[in-house]
Design a protein around this ligand. Structure first.
Ligand SMILES: [Zn+2]
Length: 399
């Protein structure tokens, strides 16, 4: 309540100033009628009745060319505070005025569209944004609004059309989003069992953005489903080249393809080559498993220890302790390791597996669109010790 009081004070002051200015001109014929109304508003404020105070002040602020900005600022304030009904009423009132210029009316329409979005009235928001686009006023903002709306509704075909328009209008690349819209359509087609359409959509995703790792991963998954392991391996490798930061997503599936064909030696050689280029946790763990599989626990433990000396990483340490626990029969040594393991596990429990590099949103699974900031391709697997800088080659942005 106190917060609102302070927020309303400038409005009260503006109303007072405005009423005073207007009344100077009118005083001769109408007298000082503003004064009791204005003080009534202040009285409501002081009595902590901000709802009534707002109505009084808004009535005082007659809409004309000079007060449109004050109305718009007030409308924004209401929306930001979650008082959407009030913002809608104010913006509707503004639009109904004949005195507004085309530009002012368009701005009020845009704000009303944002109110409707906030209130979940998507149909109304959509028609306002479309009207603005046709009028070619605030069309960049309106198209951005439409894009947000269609994304929320998961209408990917419409997202594509709007993104193309937005790219032309703003000159800003929408390639990353467009590739993800095609991937969404491909996933829908796969869900419907329409493999031909899925393939076509993934091709278009790659045409839109040749570095789209998601499209390559989906193509590889389709190869696996068809039993084409060699092709799947090649496609997964292509995905890895595009975006090594997604290795933790790619490697388990790639490993599965090699093992299905009994190509253990090839897998080991590939992982060793990869480890020379990427020292991240995902490659280290996959390689340690391959070493374990071929040369036994002792060699795997030696490899992990060597890695840990150069790249401190609690998850890798937990993996090493696991290996030791499996191997050692000494109960005394084991109980110490178990305490250590328990401590590390508890510490790691609160650490995110995925994080948005744009807004910091933490997640337990991979989201192609960040649930926090709604950006595409910004949520990535967390590598290494939480908070530790990742090696440069692992932080490269694929876009
Ligand atoms: Zn985000």
């Amino acid at each position: 309540m106190l917060e609102l009081f302070w927020l309303l004070l400038p409005v009260a002051a503006a109303s007072g100033w405005y009423a005073a200015r207007r009344s100077a001109a009118r005083e001769a014929r109408r007298g000082s009628e503003y004064t009791p109304v204005y003080f009534k508003g202040v009285n409501y404020l002081l009595n902590e009745q901000p709802d009534k105070a707002i109505d009084v002040f808004i009535k005082l602020l007659e809409v004309d060319g000079e007060t449109v900005e004050t109305h718009l600022a007030l409308g924004n304030l209401f929306r930001r505070r979650g008082e959407v009904d009030r913002a809608i009423k104010l913006h509707q009132n503004l639009i109904a005025r004949q005195t507004l210029s085309n530009e002012q009316r368009a701005l009020a329409l845009l704000e009303l569209g944002r109110d409707y979005m906030r209130a979940g009235l998507f149909d109304r928001a959509e028609s306002l944004y479309q009207e603005l686009t046709e009028m070619d006023l605030y069309s960049k903002e309106a198209l951005t609004g439409l894009k947000t709306l269609y994304q929320q509704e998961r209408e990917w075909d419409r997202c594509l059309a709007v993104a193309e328009q937005l790219e032309k209008k703003s000159g800003q690349s929408q390639r990353q989003e467009i590739a993800h819209y095609y991937c969404e359509l491909a996933e829908q087609a796969l869900g419907d069992g329409d493999e031909a359409r899925a393939t076509e959509m993934l091709e278009r995703a790659e045409q839109a953005n040749e570095r789209c790792v998601r499209a390559a991963m989906l193509q590889a998954r389709m190869c696996v489903a068809r039993g084409e392991c060699d092709e799947a391996i090649e496609t997964y490798k292509k995905a890895q080249d595009k975006a090594p930061e997604y290795l933790s997503e790619i490697l388990p599936a790639l490993r599965e393809c090699y093992l299905r064909q009994g190509k253990k030696a090839e897998l080991r050689a590939y992982l060793e080559d990869l480890y020379d280029r990427h020292k991240g946790r995902a490659v280290m763990l996959a390689l340690s498993e391959a070493i374990h599989d071929q040369d036994g626990e002792r060699e795997a433990a030696r490899f992990i220890t060597g890695h840990l000396k150069r790249h401190p990483d609690l998850k890798a340490l937990a993996h090493l302790i696991d290996l030791k626990l499996k191997k050692d029969d000494d109960p005394e040594k084991n109980s110490t390791l178990m305490v250590l393991n328990d401590l590390i596990s508890r510490y790691l429990e609160g650490q995110p597996d995925y994080q948005c590099q744009r807004c910091g949103f933490s997640a337990t699974k991979l989201h192609w669109q960040c649930p926090g900031c709604k950006a595409w391709g910004t949520v990535k697997p967390v590598e290494g010790v939480p908070g530790q800088q990742q090696p440069m080659q692992d932080r490269m942005n694929p876009w």
